[in-house]
Design a protein around this ligand. Structure first.
Ligand SMILES: NC(=O)c1ccc[n+]([C@@H]2O[C@H](COP(=O)([O-])OP(=O)(O)OC[C@H]3O[C@@H](n4cnc5c(N)ncnc54)[C@H](OP(=O)(O)O)[C@@H]3O)[C@@H](O)[C@H]2O)c1
Length: 303
């Protein structure tokens, strides 16, 4: 099948492209600026907020499936730049959805657990969103744009995605590893509950939604809801790091510009019962993360 993947330089997009290639699909990756990932897929630089450029790229590629993880993902940057967040998370999604409809492609749109307020998580696919903060609101609006403009699309929500190595920006897991390697003292939230997700695992679920052309809402994340301290300590155990450098802290201590859901997390019963690509346990995801980290050449390990 021919797939088009947005955000192919990003954490999730790069893993989707790699997996699609492994599975023998034809892949067109859209990224901003130059290509920053390996792989032999066709790469097109496209600014997704420019609708005409998006439509041209989609029409010239004529994909059967579009997977759309591209997004402005830095939560506090979105809060400070609402116009940019709206353009990247709503305007761009609308353009991608219009393109999907125009060429008859099935759309898999990637969203977030941040569409929920985090007062009473974990949430299943039927729970009512109540987004707080610019990132969350624009991601929720992006979901609506996809549903309206590409009927039958899949909305795939994920959470705290980590992996190794992304091209450039550190994610939560990679940031923890790089700090723990240097034995830096770390403060982690004990009052924020999330569903940490290994990037390769969410990529596998997104690819399956695309291959099977499944629509509707899907929670595509890790199989366990934990607080960030528990995650950090579990990572230390798998990687062999000293966990005594981790000090529990509260989210409110940090006075972040944007609100974050506290009791978040996503229930994965639907994915467990209907997908072959299964949500992973925390230990399984961390074991796979460790294997990816060991095989990645990084300066810090002299590789
Ligand atoms: N990472 C998480 O913890 C997490 C949690 C929940 C949900 N999600 C969702 O999962 C999806 C993938 O996240 P990720 O972690 O892979 O994010 P990421 O690493 O930040 O990748 C997003 C990609 O989108 C690209 N992009 C942003 N605005 C663009 C624009 N206007 N035109 C073209 N490209 C643009 C970025 O380009 P540049 O590289 O040039 O910036 C980046 O490569 C997102 O929809 C996000 O909301 C992520």
């Amino acid at each position: 099948m021919r797939f088009l993947v947005t955000g192919s330089n990003g954490l999730v997009g790069s893993r989707i492209c790699a997996l699609l290639e492994e599975r023998g699909h034809e892949v067109v990756g859209l990224g901003r600026g130059g290509r920053r990932t390996a792989g032999s897929y066709l790469y097109l630089p496209v600014e997704l907020t420019l609708e005409a450029d998006v439509l041209t790229a989609i029409e010239s590629s004529s994909p059967e499936v579009i997977i759309h993880p591209a997004s402005m993902t830095e939560v506090d940057a979105c809060e400070k730049n609402p116009e940019q967040a709206y353009a990247a998370n709503v305007t761009a999604t609308a353009a991608v959805a219009k393109g999907a409809r125009r060429v008859g492609a099935h759309l898999v749109h990637v969203s977030t657990d941040y569409v929920f307020d985090g007062d009473h998580g974990p949430y299943d696919e039927e729970a009512l969103p109540n987004p707080r903060g610019v990132y969350a609101i624009t991601k929720h609006m992006g979901e609506q744009a996809a549903r309206v403009l590409a009927p039958g699309c899949a909305i795939a929500r994920t959470a705290v995605v980590y992996g190794w190595p992304p091209a450039g920006r550190l994610n939560f897991g990679a940031w923890l590893v790089s700090a723990l390697e240097k034995k830096q003292p770390l403060k982690l939230f004990e009052d924020q509950f999330v569903s940490p997700t290994f990037a390769d695992s969410v990529a596998a679920m997104l690819v399956e939604l695309g291959e099977r052309k499944l629509g509707g809402t899907w929670n595509t994340c890790g199989g366990e809801v934990v607080n960030r301290v528990t995650f950090g300590r579990a990572l230390c155990e798998v990687f062999g790091f000293d966990s005594s450098v981790i000090t529990p802290s509260k989210l409110a201590d940090l006075k972040l510009p944007s609100p974050r859901p506290l009791h978040s997390g996503l229930k994965v019963d639907k994915a467990r019962s209907q997908l072959s690509a299964q949500p992973l346990s925390l230990s399984e995801s961390l074991t796979r993360f460790h294997a990816a980290w060991k095989s990645a050449p990084t300066p810090s390990r002299g590789g």
